[in-house]
Design a protein around this ligand. Structure first.
Ligand SMILES: C[S@@+](CC[C@H](N)C(=O)[O-])C[C@H]1O[C@@H](n2cnc3c(N)ncnc32)[C@H](O)[C@@H]1O
Ligand code: SF4
Length: 397
């Protein structure tokens, strides 16, 4: 997603990126630059592996957020430490960063702290995203001391307890704030500038008017960076919850939030305005990131959950899947008028958010968009990895 920052927050953001680059080993820097070169030139077969391995630690969650979709796959609910070790063994010689976000709450998998420590031991920096309910001072201290977390992201969908607790059922706002404080305190105690503490806000009708106060709250509680995404209409949400129907409100709030972010020094990442129909950018995810599910099923992005690009356990490993026929076809066609993954044509990451398709998930009767175009002449072979077991996935062509 394109980021729009003010001047001083942009400078701060760039400083963080430079510091992050400096923490890389010589080999990692080389592979990072190779990855940048290959993505800039649109190469279809890549010498550099994925820059980011987005590893799913669990499907289980302790909350029931209104917008969340609970995908079921054949794999086990939790990533095992044995499989994590396999991923680490294969990728440590070339990996640059891991991201642990998941379909559920990462810290429900009790092995996640140890996995983060193991990654650090091999020189791999990690980003983690959490709802904060299980982040205690002890955990925060362990992670700041023993892991190498570059970005610690807390989902925080509003500035008022009652709003956040309504949208994220089961959450306790005070506990979320304590989780954030635990990481901020652990960093202070250890004199560490990392992890960067990030907030993640899903912008929707019910919460958008709290964004400006959230920027102020972020500054008060020690959040340094706030990332805003639009709601994808999924789960229990409907089109009326989306800001697609409230573009003026979105623009007004974003303008004010940008101003307060400048004032408070928060690095604020905003998606493009809904009325901006000229927004175009390249999506680099097929050159950058591979998602690995608990059973080894690989996916190319969080908008393509219905489709597997292979299985890193059974299809020859991560780098073999990374350059297989599906990935090459996605890279070859993503900027054409007819991308192999049909949704790329409508995805907000490429074409902004001025069209409804960029705001809706597959629940709106458009399941076909979220599938590869297997019927086109010369389509690559279907992967023989894990089958999806979502009813919608079965019904789609
Ligand atoms: C699925 S959660 C997993 C990580 C962790 N459990 C958490 O809450 O941060 C990842 C992120 O997706 C966001 N999310 C969930 N449903 C969404 C939707 N329909 N549209 C946009 N973002 C959504 C959540 O708010 C959260 O920030
Ligand atoms: S759907 Fe296509 S354009 Fe959108 S994030 Fe995924 S790969 Fe990128």
């Amino acid at each position: 997603m394109a980021n729009r920052h003010g001047c001083s927050s942009r400078a701060k953001y760039l400083r963080t990126r430079v510091e992050r680059f400096r923490r890389l080993s010589f080999g990692q820097r080389h592979r990072f630059l190779l990855n940048r070169f290959e993505r800039a030139t649109g190469a279809e077969t890549l010498r550099a592996g994925p820059r980011t391995l987005d590893i799913v630690p669990t499907h289980r969650c302790n909350l029931r957020c209104v917008g969340c979709v609970h995908y079921e796959t054949e794999g086990p609910p939790d990533l095992s430490i044995e499989f994590f070790r396999e991923v680490l063994e294969e990728s440590a010689p070339w990996a640059i960063q891991y991201r642990l976000c998941s379909l559920g709450e990462p810290f429900l998998n009790r092995d996640v702290p140890e996995m983060l420590r193991m990654a650090a031991e091999r020189g791999i920096g990690c980003n983690i995203m959490t709802n904060g309910m299980l982040v205690t001072p002890e955990l925060a201290d362990f992670l700041v001391r023993s892991a190498r977390i570059d970005m610690f992201t807390f989902s925080i969908d509003g500035a008022k307890a009652e709003t956040v607790e309504r949208l994220r059922r089961g959450l306790r706002f005070d506990r979320l704030l304590s989780g954030i404080a635990a990481v901020v305190e652990a960093k202070k105690r250890r004199g560490s500038s990392v992890p960067v503490v990030q907030g993640s806000f899903v912008a929707m009708r019910e919460s958008i008017e709290e964004l400006v106060d959230l920027v102020r709250l972020a500054a008060d509680v020690g959040i340094e960076d706030l990332n805003v995404n639009y709601l994808t209409v999924e789960g229990e949400t409907g089109q009326a919850d989306s800001l697609f129907s409230h573009p003026e409100l979105q623009r007004r709030v974003f303008e004010e939030a940008r101003r307060v972010a400048e004032e408070t020094g928060i690095v604020l990442h905003l998606p493009p305005d809904i009325q901006d129909d000229s927004f175009r950018t390249r999506c680099v995810l097929p050159w950058d990131t591979m998602i690995i599910d608990t059973d080894g099923t690989a996916r190319m992005c969080y908008s393509s959950w219905e489709e597997s690009v292979g299985n890193v356990r059974t299809d020859g490993g991560i780098r073999a899947v990374w350059n297989n026929g599906i990935y090459r076809e996605v890279r070859r066609t993503i900027e054409s008028g007819s991308p192999f993954y049909r949704y790329c044509e409508h995805c907000g990451r490429r074409v902004g958010f001025s069209r409804l398709e960029a705001h809706v998930g597959k629940g709106e009767g458009n399941a076909r968009l979220f599938r590869f175009d297997w019927d086109r002449p010369g389509a690559p072979e279907r992967p023989h990895g894990t089958k999806l077991v979502n009813p919608d996935a079965k019904a789609a062509p």
